[in-house]
Design a protein around this ligand. Structure first.
Ligand code: ATP
Ligand code: MG
Length: 441
């Protein structure tokens, strides 16, 4: 590899008076980092989502800093600093719950070997995927190594101007998501950029520029090469930040969902627009609503929804062969999760509650005796009940059943006995109504 002799490009520089970012919008922690680097004689810029979101009038999720200080030099300046990452070494500076990610400028490169070049730390695999990149460069080089033009805008702490090497400001105005450089090559370097394209398009409501969009469907299988743990993190960023419905649609539209959830996707393809599609969209909509209200959301519930249809189908088959319902759901869930985790990691601590949510579904059908009140006391009852309510909304179980459980929870003791009495004999025909509802939407 060879550090590319990038022709010197002059950036567009927007002075402080002509853009909407003011220091007041930037977190105390980010300002501390920016100013301490500057006082120590380094360049320091706010970059990435912080700049992008502030320019769009949105509240940034976090702040990222770019500097010409090496990670070790950054660490020398902050007590509360940890160096992370092997592929990309970064410094994390922590202030209370706030983490500022500080990245050293990355150099550009080309795919030729030149022995005379300065020492580098860059490794690509045979597909052109970057396995390691810790070759440091200049601000200009760093700009061209970022993913999308709207993510490559730098806010200069020296004079509060914005530095734009890649036409990011114009794309931001136009609502265009454009990969910097040759899209095919950039996706091969890091296939996760395809997921990031879907994420930013969903989050910002931007259009993926046609040239940026074009290679995605063909290159989507390269995601098979990405460590499952990294994909798990990306999935949380796609689905747990309030734009999950749009993210799901974007992933489906570009052939990316199949790479992440092949079993679910296979079912969706069979019944597009039908039951499973609506169920996932509803689950994501309810998650989005919770995020909007500031209520907690959990990966266990999300994955339970995303894998429900393959699990349900397998559990039904196991029950048909004589297995007890609870066991059937547990076994089906373990099988599906097992296959799923070869694509996307799913940490144990989320698998257990997820399987509890599934196992409780057949138990909701039992409405007599002491069982219902015992079920209400189960630590995972609330999540499993929320899941049942969603199922009822799409006709996967009778609405009456969900309503009954709703009433049982809020009832006083006398009312609870009345509700239980009303169900001395389990109601027959508590089957799914999907046969009737299928094709209706
Ligand atoms: P978010 O709002 O989700 O934090 P972000 O754009 O800040 O969005 P980060 O993952 O925090 O995303 O990354 C910070 C910046 O680092 C990005 O804006 C981009 O400039 C750069 N970056 C991150 N991931 C990649 C990647 N895979 N390839 C190239 N550049 C990347
Ligand atoms: Mg960020």
């Amino acid at each position: 590899m060879n550090i590319l002799d990038q022709p010197v490009v002059s950036p567009a520089i927007v002075p402080r008076a002509e853009h909407a970012i003011s220091r007041a919008n930037i977190s105390e922690s980010a300002l501390k980092v920016l100013y301490r680097l500057k006082s120590a004689g380094f360049e320091s810029y706010l970059v990435g989502g912080g700049v992008r979101d502030l320019l769009l009038g949105r509240e940034p999720k976090d702040f990222d800093v770019a500097t010409n200080a090496s990670p070790e030099q950054v660490q020398g300046l902050f007590r509360n600093c940890r160096l992370i990452g092997r592929r990309f070494r970064l410094a994390h500076v922590r202030f209370g719950g706030d983490i500022i990610e500080v990245a050293t400028f990355r150099a550009t490169y080309q795919d030729e070997v030149d022995e005379d070049e300065a020492p580098r730390d860059l490794t690509l695999n045979e597909n052109g995927r970057i396995l390691r990149d810790n070759t440091y460069g200049t601000l200009e080089q760093d700009a061209f190594r970022r993913d999308f033009s709207i993510n490559a805008l730098y806010y200069d702490i020296r004079d509060f101007s914005i530095v734009d090497y890649v036409g990011g400001l114009a794309d931001l105005k136009a609502g265009d998501l454009r990969l910097i450089g040759d899209p095919d090559k950039r996706y091969r370097e890091d296939p996760v950029r395809m997921l990031r394209a879907a994420r930013f398009a969903a989050k910002l409501g931007f259009r993926i520029h046609p040239e940026t969009e074009q290679p995605i469907r063909t290159l989507a299988p390269l995601l098979g090469d990405i460590p499952p743990a990294r994909l798990f993190e990306e999935i949380l960023k796609l689905f747990l930040y309030g734009f999950g419905v749009q993210a799901f649609e974007a992933l489906r539209r570009h052939g990316l969902f199949a790479q992440l959830f092949p079993h679910t996707d296979a079912v969706l393809d069979l019944e597009d627009q039908g039951f499973p599609h609506i169920f996932i969209a509803k689950a994501l909509a309810s998650t989005d609503a919770r995020v909007a209200e500031g209520r907690p959301v959990t990966p266990a519930f999300l994955f339970a929804a995303l894998l429900w249809e393959p699990v349900r189908q397998r559990a039904t088959a196991l029950q048909a062969s004589g297995m007890h319902p609870g066991d059937a759901y547990r076994q089906a869930a373990y099988e599906v999760v097992d296959e799923q985790t070869s694509h996307v990691a799913l940490p144990r601590r989320f698998v257990t509650p997820m399987i509890e949510i599934y196992q409780m579904q057949p138990r909701f059908l039992q409405r007599e005796g002491k069982r219902p009140l015992r079920l209400i006391g189960h630590p995972r009852f609330r999540a499993a009940y929320d899941f049942l309510v969603l199922r009822a909304e799409v006709g996967d179980v009778d609405q009456d059943l969900a309503d009954w459980w709703t009433r049982l929870q809020v009832a006083d003791t006398d009312q609870q006995y009345a509700l239980l009495d009303a169900h001395r004999t389990p109601s027959p025909g508590n089957g799914r109504r999907r046969r009737r509802t299928r094709g209706a939407g």
